[in-house]
Design a protein around this ligand. Sequence first.
Ligand code: HEM
Length: 401
Amino acid sequence: MGESPYTVTTMPAARRPGCPFDPPAELIDARRHGPISRFTFPGGKPGWLITGYDLVRSVLADSRFSSRKELMLHPTIDYGDIEIPPAPPGEFLLMDEPQHSRYRKPLMGKFTVRRMRLLTERVEQITTEHLDAMEQAGPPADLVTAFAKPIPAVMICELLGVPYEDRGSFQEQVDSFMDGETSDEDLVAAYTATQDYLARLVAAKRANPTDDVLGDLADTDLTDEELKGISLILLAAGLDTTANMLALGTFALLRNPGQLAALRAEPALADRAVEELLRYLSVAKTFMRTALEDVELGGQTVKAGSRVILSYHTANRDPERFTDPHTLDLHRQEGGHLAFGHGIHQCLGQQLARVEMRVAFPALVNRFPTLRLAVPAEEVALRPETADIHGVKSLPVTWDV
Ligand code: HEM
């Protein structure tokens, strides 16, 4: 039995005003006391919070920890004794092997480094179109709606084969279940509308297969329900994550003018800059796992059935892994961040996200050499901590014309 661990009683939420890039102070504090803390879930159930890099990584690589939806507890919401159903067919993020691989395997060849590099030219075109539109409309602009959301949206929809004219309404629905502040009633409505839309889309692909990821999958033995689940997970992940990285990443660059100047001055820095922004911001901030058997972790016994919260953000700010971890340093040499996770669930779309960010960040900062916030940093509205993906609701920016 190890030493008595530090205890965290609720998921820390408050971020420092004007600097929403650091994890909440209590989370950094918990890591300082050791990589694993006891945690009390809303409703009083006990569990664990893991904040240290090595332990987070080892849990992610350990098949004794499950991602199954029906075993999860929410870190901030008390659902009482409601029984959570298993993930619907196709939603493989929340499944273990062998079900997980059944869905992930047919997709892997479609998101390789090589395939995504081939898309660079298309990303450049889309980025240029959006920068042109921003420039023509003139300052000020909301960077979220003018730039950060539409670029990943166009890419994931084109890749999957979602018709252009359906994108707007579909994106609104996905936004409402990712923004962390939609009422339960509206959530159900958005979810139903999305399911209906995906059912129609899958039927259309079956009837008339197109040359895209869904068109290809429609030609396999996956059922309609499975195809709907896969589409939902790809679209939700593909729309929300990169968009939040682009907006919050721009905010972080604007707050670190020396780093912004380096990115403008050194085109070759783009790859490394993207990795550092991923590490520093860790927009996919926490994920859950459940122990399937008793496991010794950091001197503690995590009992079978215990829920574990993994803080990817504090892991990526662990001073035992990264030098001066709370500093944004685009020249940083240390790799190995966990912003895309690790192990069997490591992000399937990471190469797509990388291509988008490597093109979009430099293009934006070079197009607008005088880009700056149009409001004081403290007034930039953040997404609430209940949102799974961290970010800003809007980012008012301006520039000299
Ligand atoms: C910067 C942008 C992104 C970030 C930070 C990110 C982050 C993550 C993380 C942390 C996980 C692992 C979850 C876990 O450990 O349980 C994950 C999984 C996943 N991501 Fe991403 N993601 C990004 C972009 C994308 C894009 C563009 C796509 C679209 C294709 C995508 C599709 C997925 C899928 C399908 C999974 C589930 C993989 C599995 O369970 O095997 N992601 N992502």
